[in-house]
Design a protein around this ligand. Structure first.
Ligand SMILES: *Cc1c(COP(=O)(O)O)cnc(C)c1O
Length: 389
């Protein structure tokens, strides 16, 4: 079945559902059994890795449905769900390493990913080296005998560098390291991580899968090889996802492709217009033909989403604030991926990363929502005029 059909059809059938189109929310800690014999039989199937619940912490109907959906859409074997995207990042990395190992993480990663590596991972004796996201096959030179994991995020958070995924994955695999990809920006709709060599894929389901800025959820999808380690790590850490959030996220998935295509078209139109605006020095969006990552993006991606960076022709936080503060359609806040437009200052220094050189203007990130493009662009134009005044 094609993608659109799978998004509409997957994850709707469960024995407990009374024939409704959508699965009901089932809230539970305890699952009861009719007899010891039944309990033992169910436990046996659970131990054989059937997605069957023995207790509310795992394998409840909505969770199984969402995990089947997300692993299908990302193109992997099986998935675990977690309470947040941040938990998905840490569980994915922890599934691949042990004391004394070394990991390579893109310098352009989501800030809290870096914090997890520098703080918690380091505490458990795992060393992290950050690499230039544009390194490509050059990653080979950074690999040590104990490098167990290469972590990619493409395009990078805030700076939007596109990574040469197949080249990096090839070098990692040749040396026995697991390849993890944070695919939150593109989702499985626009980037097929497993086909490009991923072993584990992280998805912050709070973003596009949720799609409505009203839930927190994360997922990690594994290939067959990494599934047992992912499953056990997630279980050992007691990870759980709320059925209410799963219900909303599964509902969000139904419109994922439709929304993404609309986000793509509107964001690209606004990016193109901003590129020509004198209040803007540079637009960081890989689908723009003159973006440094465009060739690789075009080769590997099936589309672009609604999030990109804008380097303003202004220096200083006060000037940038003049642009941001009066915006009417773009609310100021963290996160993205909802139907609503958002703006956020980049705060690049916060996680101490080395970024690609640029012209020194203030950087903001825009999430282009589903509003009318003309309304959105007019809002930004007024902001740029305020900034220049
Ligand atoms: C938001 C985000 C996360 C974390 O997701 P939360 O659900 O907000 O914890 C991880 N990776 C990327 C790229 C993100 O943008």
């Amino acid at each position: 079945m094609k993608l659109s059909t799978r998004l509409a059809q997957r994850g709707r059938k469960a024995k407990s559902s009374p024939g409704t189109v959508n699965l009901p929310v089932v809230r539970a800690s305890t699952v009861t059994f009719a007899s010891v014999a039944e309990m033992d039989a169910v436990q046996k199937r659970f131990d054989a890795d059937e997605p069957i619940p023995t207790y509310g912490i795992t394998n409840m109907p909505l969770r199984v449905a969402f995990e089947e959906m997300i692993s299908d859409i990302e193109g992997g074997h099986r998935a675990v769900t977690l309470p947040t995207g941040a938990a998905a990042v840490s569980v994915a990395i922890m599934a691949t390493v042990q004391k004394g190992d070394h990991v390579l993480v893109t310098d352009s990663c989501y800030g809290p990913t870096r914090r997890f590596c520098d703080r918690t991972l380091a505490r458990f004796g795992v060393e992290t080296t950050y690499y230039d996201p544009t390194i490509g096959a050059g990653i080979a030179a950074l690999m040590k005998p104990n490098t167990r994991c290469v972590y990619l995020e493409s395009p990078g958070s805030i700076t939007f560098e596109v990574q040469d995924f197949p080249a990096i994955a090839k070098e990692a695999k040749a040396r026995g390291a697991a390849v993890i990809h944070d695919n939150t920006w593109a989702t499985g709709v626009f980037f097929r991580s497993f086909e490009h060599g991923a072993d584990l894929v992280v998805q912050a389901a709070s973003k596009y899968p949720g799609g409505h800025s009203d839930l927190l959820l994360g997922a990690v999808v594994a290939n067959e090889k990494w599934w047992p380690m992912l499953r056990d790590t997630s279980r050992d850490l007691g990870q759980y996802a709320s059925p209410d959030d799963l219900f909303l996220a599964l509902r969000g998935m139904r419109t994922l492709e439709v929304r993404l295509k609309h986000h793509e078209e509107s964001a690209l139109e606004i990016a193109k217009r901003l590129q020509k605006h004198p209040g803007v020095r540079r637009v960081l969006h890989p689908a723009l033909p003159d973006d440094p990552g465009h060739a690789i993006w075009k080769r590997d991606y099936l589309g672009s989403s609604g999030l990109f960076g804008v380097e303003l022709d202004a220096t200083g936080r006060d000037r940038m604030a003049k642009f941001v503060d009066g915006l009417e359609c773009f609310a100021l806040g963290y996160s993205w991926g909802g139907y609503d437009s958002l703006v956020a200052p980049a705060n690049l220094g916060r996680y101490g990363r080395v970024v690609r050189p640029w012209k020194g203007g203030e950087l903001v990130r825009l999430q282009v929502g589903l509003e009318d493009v003309e309304d959105l662009y007019a809002d930004l134009e007024r902001g740029l005029a305020r900034m220049k005044a």
